[in-house]
Design a protein. Structure first.
Lengths: 691, 553
């Protein structure tokens, strides 16, 4: 074996810290995959990362590329473990954070509780000074009150300051001046201003974003610094890259400045993996489905491009308005439906699955750790879909007595036998997921028949065929090593930054220059930041998007702009692209003036990502991979004797037919009667639904 | 077990009905031309069974959920011949005397859904259109005395016949509007919405069969009814009565009788209908009673026909709550919110664990228009306001959320308002006037200031709960009042609760102030630490803390 390249991805989850290492022989391209797991170690999460490297036998000094994803930010937010924040804002607007948008999603509930702001009123201070929406100064910024404000913050034990002024998206001068003055007066304090994170309008959303970023910044920065030092002290020669919510990775230093950008770093890596895999196997239109222990996440990828938006909210549901975070996040729908989701019967005899989860403790009844409530995993075991003798890759002895008693007791409440109860759990869970998949596809005017369903995570392959049949997708693909697919996605990521800037321009004569200059300014800023990190301009590619609407409308439609400088001559084509995109999504177009509300610039640079090499086909005979046969209950299609295949023994070119089960240590693919399966050159399995 | 009574299949169909109603809502929201639809979300979507009984509804405004079934039932009575209703038809109404329920601005569209030649369901949609003609821009005028002055009346007619648009009707609708482009855009958005819903329902019926589809709707309604009846059983029995003086001096009365199987709201003893536009239709009054009943019995699950079966509403034709044609009805919403609050207030002292103290309880409908100084185009603000909500045992009321009438509705950010409307938003903050004190305090209302940038603008507003303030519970203090002030450049200042077409000019400031909610419990019992926190947060003065709460600093 020649020189190997070692790429490592580590992922800090709520319970476990995962590691995946790809060792690639530079001469043959052959890869070896190492995976390891260790406990997550709050509050010193970096310790878990160092532990898992050791457990996987990885010597940091031999690692060429290290990417890291973490739930540290989202945990600090949802568990309210950030620091005390003081807010400095425009005179007359100290209550923006508390007024929010005034909506009552749970509208028949007269005891609705509006989300409480992260900064109490006495820590929300005002300064005089106003910009207009076009970025002109209407009243100068008066900083004379700032020392007293900061003294009061100090006295209250504030550890981070957020600055957010009206219209700072249009002109940043006031925020920059206030930022510099805070740094001068109180050098030790952590401080962030809203324009450093976003240049979009809507003062509540932008202010809340700045506040939440300040809230997590000291915690996240400390974590990243210790991780960096810990890795260096063990001989790692590079710097780790940090997975972001926009499907890209970013440098550790940039992430430390505004760590709020990694709020959805976990789901983003899997969705990016789906986009990359789609490109690799010639399926650019992908519905990505990631089913984990507590939730299922789905996202739509069109033409190989993920959709990045800034309309992201935490804790938002039918019961609560939640909190906005205006950072680039991959467009995804997440529902409380995973392997550990609990099935329950309400007072009126209706069956529900989720969103409550049995978690890791007690876990599903099958864990034998005292769980008495049936979960989706228990139903899958009962129906023979999961191998009861190879549960969790043989790591756990499935407690089938506990499974039976949990499912029987649920069945009694429904007045049905255990088989029907278990089938019911699977069908309700599938229905929940179908509705989530429809939200990202049919509801947005995309025809699911044009898409490939790519299912991963521990539970994706178990439900994918049933969901694919319901949505009539082209086919279903289950990637090799589906349970660690998210980590693979992290290794396929580029260094990526998404810039959103609000700049309202009517698409009429003279608009070309205005639009071009907004892009040019933003691109120059992006290049300068990359240059500081020694990433040269030659390695950077830009994608330019515009956000358009008809005059008088509010909601915008994003359109990819043509390459090259934008002039008035490009406007007609841009307008036509907008009309077309709008019509696809909303079924009609209008003969009305078009406005650009803002730009979305993507800046990307490759930083040594993994290259996959195809494996030659070894023929279609899959009999070497057969492990045996067992009865499997397919819910709607009833019970069938299925052939069981060892997923790790499948090789390129092999073919098989349903009813079948493909299982490996981390995931189980349920192949329904009538399905035809082929293994591709990267050992992904392609399931054709009507074989 | 046959497929039709398999509970899992029924559950899946019910979930899919909910998803279809939500999808109809999303389609309408994204395609609408009027800001009152796409932002304020003054709209609703719903699905009824073949007989017009509500089966499922989308997000939006609770006050619109009970509207659509009444519209469909009216058109079923009108189109009662076998061939009257065909696949591909779309019907339209906006007239409260012909199934429209609210006022002429609200266009209701309904589409029949067929499977195997049988009518199996309806999809329907309601939205506030910016202008449907009438004597005033925006069609709403405080001066109207007859419905004829409030716009074009569409008394349940066919807009699309078997897929063919009736261009004559469409032309009549558009030519009657001052904003024909907007109206046309919004009507097509509504058509797209009912069609999308109909397509989803056809797929469902095809997949599961009509019998199962119908069984699912029936079991859903039975579930709603069972929930309502179970909770009804837990309410105190008897007759409860309340008479309440209004801002304008009239007295409104309600008698509520709760028995084991019925919840009767008697509104017959009320003033005659108004000569102005503040009347409501009987259907509108029923919707208000339904909203309180739903909040009281089952706030958690989506509403359907079964949810309201134990409810009975008695009204007197010719009264303010049951207007007789051709009474004007444009400002029906302030009358509806009054009767809604009246029912709520009547019962709250008897079930304080289910109903909080009174909230600002007004739409606070605010209309500002003029010329945008930067674009030269006309701008019009049509917006409801945020306000304070009442407290309940264990919790202070919510500050600044929409009234009980609005739900998943959003305010307009100052940054967007300044750009779209060409005025300055000088302040948008909590109203810290005294009011709503208690062991648990009422939530704070809003103080919002618009500084006008061009001459010849106008202000129209209609707020109630201005003189008669939000009511407290268990010894708390009443909230403050809703009002609007105009601060002129010459230093003069006028205060209003109802004002129509008031001229405003450059640098005039329109100050909108909404009420705090009512307090709950004796202020003297408030935790002293919370009183000190209120002082620290600038919500209470130290002097007042000493007087009202007996807490000195």
């Amino acid at each position: 074996m020649g020189r190997t390249t070692r790429r490592v991805a580590t992922d800090v989850g709520g319970t476990f810290t995962d590691l995946v290492c790809f060792e690639t022989d530079q001469d043959t391209g052959a890869s070896r995959i190492v995976t390891a797991k260790s406990d997550t170690t709050p509050p010193d999460f970096e310790k878990g990362v160092l532990d898992v490297l050791e457990r996987g036998g990885i010597d940091p000094s031999g690692v060429d590329f290290l990417a890291h994803g973490t739930t540290v930010v989202i945990n600090a937010l949802t568990e309210r473990k950030g620091v005390k924040v003081g807010l400095v804002t425009t005179e007359g607007f100290r209550d923006t954070l508390e007024i929010a948008r005034g909506n009552r999603p749970d509208f028949f509930n007269l005891h609705y509780e509006k989300p409480v702001p992260f900064v109490p009123r006495h820590l929300r201070a005002e300064l005089p000074g106003r910009m207009t929406y076009t970025g002109e100064e209407r009243a100068p910024l008066d900083l004379s009150g700032l020392p007293a404000i900061l003294d009061a913050f100090r006295a209250e034990g504030v550890e981070a300051v957020a600055i957010s002024f009206l219209h700072s998206y249009a002109d940043t001068a006031h925020e920059e001046a206030a930022l510099a003055e805070v740094q001068r007066l109180w050098p030790e304090v952590s401080v962030v201003s809203s324009h450093q994170i976003t240049r979009e309008w809507r003062e509540y959303e932008r202010t809340n974003t700045a506040v939440l970023s300040a809230y997590v910044q000291p915690v996240a920065a400390r974590y990243l610094r210790r991780l960096d030092e810990g890795l260096a002290s063990r001989g790692f020669g590079g710097r780790p890259y940090i997975m972001q919510s926009n499907c890209g990775i970013d440098s550790l230093d940039a992430t430390s400045r505004t760590p709020i950008t990694m709020v959805e770093s976990g789901p983003a890596s899997g969705i990016w993996g789906a986009a990359e895999l789609g490109r690799l196997i010639g399926e650019p239109n992908v519905l990505a489905l990631d089913i984990g222990g507590t939730t299922a996440k789905c996202s739509l990828i069109e033409n190989g491009e993920v959709r990045i938006m800034t309309d992201y909210w935490i804790e938002r549901s039918r019961k609560s308005a939640g909190y906005p975070i205006m950072v680039p996040v991959v467009d995804l729908v997440e529902i409380g439906n995973g392997g550990g989701s609990i099935a329950w019967v309400d007072d009126f005899g209706k069956l529900h699955v989720g969103p409550q989860s049995a978690g890791a403790l007690p876990g599903p009844a099958a864990y034998g750790r005292g769980g008495t409530e049936a979960t989706t995993t228990d139903a899958n075991l009962w129906l023979g879909r999961i191998n009861r003798d190879y549960f969790c890759g043989g790591a756990i002895q499935a407690d089938m007595a506990a499974v039976e008693s949990s499912i029987r007791s649920l069945g009694e409440k429904l007045d049905v036998g255990p088989d029907q109860a278990a089938e019911g759990i699977i069908r309700i869970a599938n229905n929940n997921m179908v509705n989530a998949l429809k939200l990202v596809s049919l509801n947005r005017g995309f025809d699911t028949r044009d898409f490939t369903l790519l299912a991963f995570g521990g539970g994706g392959a178990m439900h994918a065929v049933a969901l694919g049949q319901e949505l009539q997708v082209k086919k279903v693909v289950v990637p090799a090593a589906a349970s660690v697919f998210s980590a693979w996605g992290m290794m396929m990521s580029d260094l990526r930054r998404d810039y959103f800037v609000t700049h309202l321009v009517e698409l009429a004569e003279g608009a070309g220059n205005k639009i071009e200059s907004t892009f040019a300014e933003t691109e120059a800023k992006a290049l300068a930041t990359f240059a500081e990190e020694r990433v040269g301009a030659d390695r950077i590619t830009f994608l330019r998007y515009g956000k358009f609407r008809y005059q008088n409308q509010e909601h915008t439609t994003e359109v990819l702009l043509p390459e090259g400088a934008i002039t008035d001559a490009s406007l007609a084509r841009i307008a036509e692209d907008f009309h077309k995109t709008y019509e696809r999504e909303y079924t009609y177009r209008l003969d009305a003036p078009v406005e650009m509300v803002g730009i979305h610039l993507v800046a990307k640079a490759e930083v040594g990502k993994l290259e996959m090499r195809p494996e030659p086909s070894g023929g279609s005979d899959a009999s070497d991979a057969v492990k045996g046969r067992r009865m499997v209950d397919y819910a709607l299609e009833g019970k069938h004797e299925a052939t069981i295949y060892d997923g790790e023994a499948l090789r390129a070119g092999m073919a098989l037919k349903g009813p079948a089960i493909v299982e490996d240590s981390g995931a189980t693919a349920v192949i329904h009667p009538g399905n035809a399966v082929e293994v591709d050159a990267y050992r992904n399995i392609h399931i054709t639904l009507e074989g | 077990m046959t497929k039709a009574n398999d509970p899992i299949t029924l559950e899946i169909i019910q979930n899919s009905l909910q998803a279809a109603a939500d999808e109809m809502f999303a389609a309408m929201r994204k395609t609408a031309m009027s800001s009152i639809i796409y932002e304020v979300l003054d709209m609703g979507t719903g699905i009824t069974d073949a007989k017009g009984r509500i089966a499922s509804s989308g997000a939006g405004i609770p006050a619109f959920i009970g509207v659509l079934d009444k519209s469909v039932q009216t058109l079923l009575r009108k189109f009662d011949k076998p061939s009257d209703i065909q696949p591909g038809d779309v019907f339209i109404t906006n007239d409260p005397y012909h199934g429209g329920v609210t006022h002429l601005n609200d266009l209701v569209l309904a589409m029949p859904v067929f499977a195997g030649g049988d009518l199996i369901a309806w999809t329907a949609n309601i939205a506030h259109n910016s202008d449907v003609g009438g004597m005033a821009p925006g069609s709403l005028s405080g001066e109207a005395t007859e419905i004829f002055q409030e716009g074009l009346r569409l008394p349940c007619v066919k807009l699309i016949s078997a897929g063919e648009t009736d261009d004559a009707v469409m032309d009549i609708i558009t030519v009657n509007s001052r904003m024909p482009d907007f109206l046309l855009g919004d009507v097509w958005a509504a058509i797209a919405s009912v069609r999308i819903g109909a397509r989803r329902l056809e797929d469902l019926a095809l997949k599961y069969g009509v019998t199962t589809f119908n069984a699912a709707m029936e079991s859903f309604a039975a579930f709603g009814e069972a929930t309502a009846r179970a909770e009804l059983g837990k309410l105190p029995k008897g007759t409860f009565e309340l008479s309440e003086e209004q801002d304008d001096g009239r007295v409104f009365n309600v008698k509520i009788t709760i028995s084991d199987d019925e919840f009767t709201v008697d509104l017959r003893d009320n003033p005659d209908q108004d000569t102005g536009p503040t009347n409501t239709s009987r259907d509108g009054t029923v919707v208000c009673a339904q909203m309180v009943f739903k909040s009281l019995t089952d706030p958690d699950t989506p509403a359907n026909d079964g949810s309201f079966r134990p409810l009975k509403v008695l009204t007197r034709e010719g009264s303010v709550f049951h207007a007789r044609e051709p009474a004007a009805i444009g400002f029906y919403f302030e009358t509806e919110v009054r009767v809604y609050d009246l029912i709520w207030r009547c019962l709250a002292p008897h079930v304080p664990e289910r109903l909080p103290a009174g909230h600002f309880s007004s739409i606070c409908g605010t209309f500002v228009g003029g010329i945008h100084p930067d674009t030269g185009r006309q701008y019009t603000i049509i917006e409801p306001q945020l306000g304070g909500w009442g407290a309940w045992e264990g919790r202070d009321g919510n500050p600044c959320i929409f009234s009980g009438f609005h739900g998943e509705t959003y305010n307009t950010p100052a940054e967007i308002s300044e750009s779209r409307n060409g005025l300055f938003v000088d302040r948008m903050e909590l109203n810290t006037e005294p009011g709503g004190e208690g062991k648990f305090t009422g939530g704070r209302g809003l103080r919002l200031e618009y500084r006008i940038r061009t001459n010849s603008g106008f202000l129209t507003a209609g707020y109630t709960r201005s003189r008669i303030k939000p009511w407290p519970l268990e010894g708390g203090a009443e909230g403050s009042g809703n009002y609007v002030e105009v601060l002129k450049t010459d230093g003069s200042q006028e205060k209003y609760s109802f004002v129509s077409g008031l001229p405003v000019n450059t640098d005039d400031v329109i100050r909108i102030v909404t009420a705090s909610g009512g307090g709950y419990g004796d202020p003297k019992e408030r935790d002293a630490a919370r009183v000190r926190e209120d002082i620290k947060n600038g919500l209470l003065s130290a002097e007042r803390a000493a007087v009202v709460y007996g807490v000195s600093i």
